[in-house]
Design a protein around this ligand. Structure first.
Ligand code: SF4
Ligand code: SF4
Length: 442
């Protein structure tokens, strides 16, 4: 197995230039990835702009820093994501229209990013290309990749590393595996086109005694659900396995009449296949992965809530290899102590070295990694290289191109000082311990 390089900078930030937004950029520059790009290249910056009311997604300021760097190189970046499957009844990103509204609300728009925001699979998620995996897939033979991402010259994946209910965890592989698949690509990777169906336990449904029965019928885009006085009737012929009803039943009714989150053994490997399909749309060296292992929460940013993190700030990891960078995050997460008042405490995963998400999810969460190793997406063997912070004047000048902003105040103060004409001593008494106060006289 090949050994991939994973670059790392820790999350601690105590001084200028230690912002994790700047660290991500320093890692990117250190990696040399941008040397593979040329002026005029269209670069898809793939990130998750957050579900409505989720607060765990990557902050817009982080994404904007990368957009700025790409534009400095003369590239044409756009920030992108795709329509959802939908996944739950109140999802706010199933149409491009809704997705753009939600992104705007969450701080992502042309003004904040200084580049277009493009929902890469179009209005309803059918703007895609079909990629033939040439027999390399664990489960998939072909996959639908969102058109705008497939057509871009290069792809920069910016992912928040966190847990995921069905996929085990979400980071680089999932960001391009699920996040770059069109809506029908998402149906494919969840097994719908292969005939998989949700696991139904109709005997658990109390019928119209369930206060959510109407929402349950309405959330099905196929009209496959009927709730009668007696219980649940579901037409599995028309069901496309979109998870809307499953999430309603589990999260609102608190039942498992329609669910399969604990029985999705192939999902991780299908995600890895889908990630491979996305990679196959690009020349070698044209895709790069940055994972932010910060505020690691048990569920993904697709939900309309964000639980307390069970591990907090680890750092920024980056690689040309999505498998290696994800494995690096998983290993560092497991090495870290868990946090109290989180699922780490609830599931006895506080100890450093405990396999936190395995304990929390009750399963081996590394299926995406195994799938990616098997289909040749990447390697789980990695060498972690700590990138030193560039704290030089050149670096400060890069992030603060206008120089020392405060110097602008001097001539202004000379003309019109904010304290001029005030009896400054009348505004309060000195702090205890200051024995010789000197009031500013202006
Ligand atoms: S029955 Fe199938 S298609 Fe309908 S909401 Fe449930 S999972 Fe989706
Ligand atoms: S949410 Fe679950 S329990 Fe409620 S009506 Fe639907 S299937 Fe039945």
């Amino acid at each position: 197995m090949n050994t991939s390089t994973v670059w790392f900078m820790d999350a601690r930030s105590r001084r200028f230039l230690e912002s994790t937004a700047i660290k991500g950029l320093q890692i990117l520059e250190h990696s040399g990835w941008m040397d593979n790009l040329k002026a005029g290249d269209i670069v898809a910056v793939k990130t998750h702009m957050g579900e409505a009311y989720n607060v765990g997604y990557l902050r817009p300021v982080i994404v904007r820093a990368f957009v700025d760097a790409l534009k400095e190189r003369g590239c044409k970046p756009f920030v992108t994501d795709t329509t959802t499957m939908p996944y739950h009844p109140w999802i706010s990103r199933t149409l491009a229209l809704d997705h753009l509204e939600t992104a705007n609300r969450n701080g992502f728009n042309h003004a904040s990013m200084d580049c277009p925001i493009i929902i890469a699979d179009g209005w309803l998620g059918t703007d895609d290309v079909v990629v033939d995996l040439k027999g390399r897939g664990n489960y998939l033979n072909r996959q639908f990749v969102a058109r705008a991402i497939a057509d871009a010259d290069a792809l920069l994946s910016l992912a928040h590393f966190k847990g995921h209910p069905a996929g085990g965890y979400g980071a680089a592989i999932k960001n391009i595996g699920v996040g770059c698949a069109s809506k029908r690509g998402k149906m494919n990777l969840h097994g719908a086109l292969a005939g998989d169906k949700p696991l139904i336990q109709a005997e658990l449904c109390p019928g119209r005694k369930c206060e959510w029965w109407k929402a349950c019928e309405e959330c099905c885009p196929e009209g496959s659900i009927q709730i009668t006085e007696k219980g649940l009737e579901i037409d599995l012929e028309t069901c496309v396995y979109c998870f809307a009803c499953a999430n309603l039943c589990v999260n609102m009714a608190g039942l498992h009449a329609i669910q399969r989150f604990d029985y999705l053994p192939a999902l991780g490997r299908r995600i890895a296949d889908s990630a491979l399909a996305t990679m196959m749309t690009k020349e070698p060296g044209r895709v790069f992965f940055i994972n932010y292992a910060l505020d690691i929460t048990p569920a993904c940013d697709c939900y309309g809530w964000t639980d307390t993190p069970f591990v907090n700030g680890i750092g920024v990891l980056a690689s040309f290899d999505p498998v290696a960078v994800d494995k690096g995050c998983i290993d560092l997460m497991n090495e870290a102590p868990g946090l109290t008042n989180s699922e780490a405490e609830e599931f006895h995963a506080l100890a450093p070295g405990s396999k936190k998400l395995n304990l929390i999810k009750g399963k081996d969460i590394e299926q995406q990694v195994y799938g990616g190793m098997e289909n040749g997406l990447g390697s789980a063997e990695y060498r972690m290289e700590v990138v030193p912070l560039d704290r030089s004047q050149r670096s400060i000048g890069r992030f603060y191109p206008e120089g020392v902003r405060a110097k602008k105040l001097k001539p202004m103060y000379e003309r019109n000082h904010p304290l001029s004409g005030l009896d400054t001593a009348s505004f309060g008494k000195p702090t205890e311990g200051v024995t010789q106060p000197i009031y500013p006289k202006k």
